[in-house]
Design a binder for this molecule. Structure first.
Ligand code: TMP
Length: 202
């Protein structure tokens, strides 16, 4: 069974993307679909180095240079993993793609939605996922309880904007996006994920 299909998971930090993407990879592989699984930032060797800078280093990155580093990671992911897999006819499962840059940097980070969309159009050469699953959850539920309360509050406010940016994007493109309530038990979320994907693959 070979039919190229590009699906992505989006959602705020801690929404459960990685767990759901791994379960989906396993379920599709069991059904004999050829699957390639990648993630951003960090799916490639370059991406892993960029991820360290983007997620861990205190480099005081300017907003725009942050967008460009996410963009470099994305282009490498496309050239090294996504496009070759689509050419082989695989189903590609991506954890995050251009929509994350639009929501986090463009809207919540104030670089500007249209600016980031234009940049992403160039960076991706117009590649758009066939299906995007939004794992929607309140940041107060998803945030790592290990970080201190002030940071949770601060990060929570930012992630609330990101969350609503994703919800708006999903509403404006219902033919591509499916929104799934990710505050429920993992098995229930996965059941909806699998249902949405199999429906699109039929
Ligand atoms: P993760 O939650 O998928 O591991 O991603 C790490 C962080 O990077 C997360 O806070 C979201 C952020 N991010 C952006 O801000 N812009 C992007 O384009 C991507 C791919 C991730």
């Amino acid at each position: 069974m070979r039919r190229a299909f590009f699906l992505t998971f989006e959602g705020i930090d801690g929404c459960g993307k990685s767990t759901q993407a791994k379960r989906l990879e396993q379920a599709l592989t069991e059904r004999l679909f050829p699957v390639t699984h990648t993630f951003e930032p960090g799916g490639t060797l370059l991406g892993r180095k960029l991820r360290t800078i983007l997620v861990h280093d205190e480099l005081n990155l300017s907003l725009f240079s942050e967008v460009l580093l996410f963009a470099a990671d994305r282009r490498q992911d496309i050239d090294e993993i996504i496009n070759p897999a689509l050419e082989r006819g695989d189903i590609v499962i991506g954890e995050r793609f251009a929509d994350s840059s639009v929501a986090y940097q463009g809207i919540a980070g104030k670089v500007g939605k249209e600016r980031v969309e234009r940049l992403m159009d160039i960076v991706t050469s117009g590649l758009v996922p066939d299906l995007t699953l939004l794992l929607d959850i309140d940041p107060r539920v998803s945030l790592d309880r290990k970080i201190d309360l002030d940071r949770i509050e601060q990060r929570g406010l930012f992630l609330d904007v990101v969350r609503h940016a994703f919800l708006d994007m999903a509403t404006s493109q219902p033919e591509r996006w499916v929104t799934i309530d990710a505050a429920r038990p993992m098995d229930d979320v996965f059941s909806d994920v699998l249902k949405a994907v199999l429906k699109r693959l039929e």
